[in-house]
Write a protein that binds this ligand. Sequence first.
Ligand SMILES: [Zn+2]
Length: 431
Amino acid sequence: MPRHRTALPTFAILGMALGLAPAGAQERPAPPKAAARDILLRPARVFDGVADRPHDGWVVLVRDGAISAFGPEGEVKAPEGSRTIDLPGTTLLPGLIDAHSHLLLHDYREAPWEDQVLKEAVALRICRATNHLKLDLLAGFTTLRDLGTEGAGYADVGLKQAVEEGIVPGPRLLVATRAIVATRTYAPGGYAPEVDVPQGAEEADGEALRRVVRDQIGRGADVIKVYADNARGATFSEEELRKIVETAGSAGRPVSAHATTAEGMRRAASAGVSTIEHGEGGDAEVFRLMASRGVAFCPTLTVFEASAKAKGYRPGVDPEPARLAKARTAFGHARASGVTIINGSDVGAFAHGEGGRELELMVDFGLTPAQSLRAATSTAARVLGLDDRIGRVVPGLRADLIAVDGDPTREIAAIRRVKLVMKDGVIYREP
Ligand SMILES: [Zn+2]
C-alpha cells in the first residue's frame, strides 16, 4: 500500500521523473498540507478501460489521488482553484499494467542473461533497476507484476518499498522475489557436474516446496512464480505444483507459472495456478483447459520478437522466425478457446520503456485494439486482484491515468506516444 504521496509539488515530481531527488526527500518531512487540490484533465476523449469506443469530449476530475468525477465536459464541475490540464488531441486511459516484467534484468543485447546473473553485482543491478522503474513508468506503465529477480535475491521487495515511500519514482509493484525451480532444471547450465553454479531462481522439490513458498511470502512475495517447465519439457509434477498452489493460496497469494510446453501448461492449469506465462507451445486442448479452469494467459510476445531481432530479424521484412510463428499459432488457439488474455511482455529481457510493443503485437496477432487495451487495463487489474483500485476510469478508483497522442482504439501504435503519466494523482510526465 502506498504510504504517503500526492504530497510533493509538481515541480518536485517532475524533478523525480528527470532523476533528481526532491529537496528533503532523504529526511522525508511531513507532507505539506496545501497539495491536496483538484486536477481537471481535458483530453479529446477517454477510453475507460472497458467500452470499445472512447467517450468523446469527456473529462476526468482527480482529487486526493483518486478519480472523483468522470463525464461530459459541462457536467463535471471542477471546484474553485482546481488546476486544469489541457490535453488536446489525446486519449486519456487507465495507466497500463504489464503483468510480466523483470526490473532486475536489462536488455539481453547489452549483456546476456547468464552474464547478468553471474557477473553483475546486486548493487549494480539495483542501480539499473531504479532507472528501469522510471523508464517503465514514463512509458505509461503505472503497474508492473515483476516475476522474479533472476538471481538478485529479494531486491524487488526493497524496490517496491522505495517506490511506495517516494524515494524513487516507479510503477506500483507486485513482486515475486526469487521464483521457484525444480532442482537443476534452470540456468546457468552447461558447467562441469562438480561445479556448483547458483541457479537464477530458488530450487526446491517435493514437500520442501511448502517451506520455500512460505519463506518467499514471509520475505515479501505478493505472488509466487514457478517454472513449470524448461526447453526439455515439464519439470515439476502436477502434485508438486498443487503443493505450491495450495500453500500460496492459504496465504492469499496467487501463483504464476512459466510454461512453454503443452504438458507444462496442462500440469500448471490442472494444479490451479492463476496465470500461465509465455505458452507458445500451447495447443487448442490446453487453452480450453485453461479457459475452463479460469487460468489467464500472459503471452509475452515481445520477448519472442526481441530475441529474434537480436539475431537480425527485421519485422515486416523477413519471414517470421519459428518461435514467433509458433507463438502466433498458440495465440490463435488461445483466442478461439476464450481464455482470458492479459498484457505481459517480459520487459527486462528487452529494453525497459519499450513494453508498449506488446499491445501492438497482440493486435498484430488478432486482438482488436480495444481488446488489447483491456488486456493491459481492466482485465489485467481483475486477474491481478487490483480491480478495486485500478484498471478503469471510474470515480473512486486510484488516479492512475495516462494520455497518449491520438486514438489507440483505432491505431494501437498511439499507445507509444505517451504525453501524460499520473499515478495515485501524482503527475510524473506532462506535455
Ligand atoms: Zn520472464
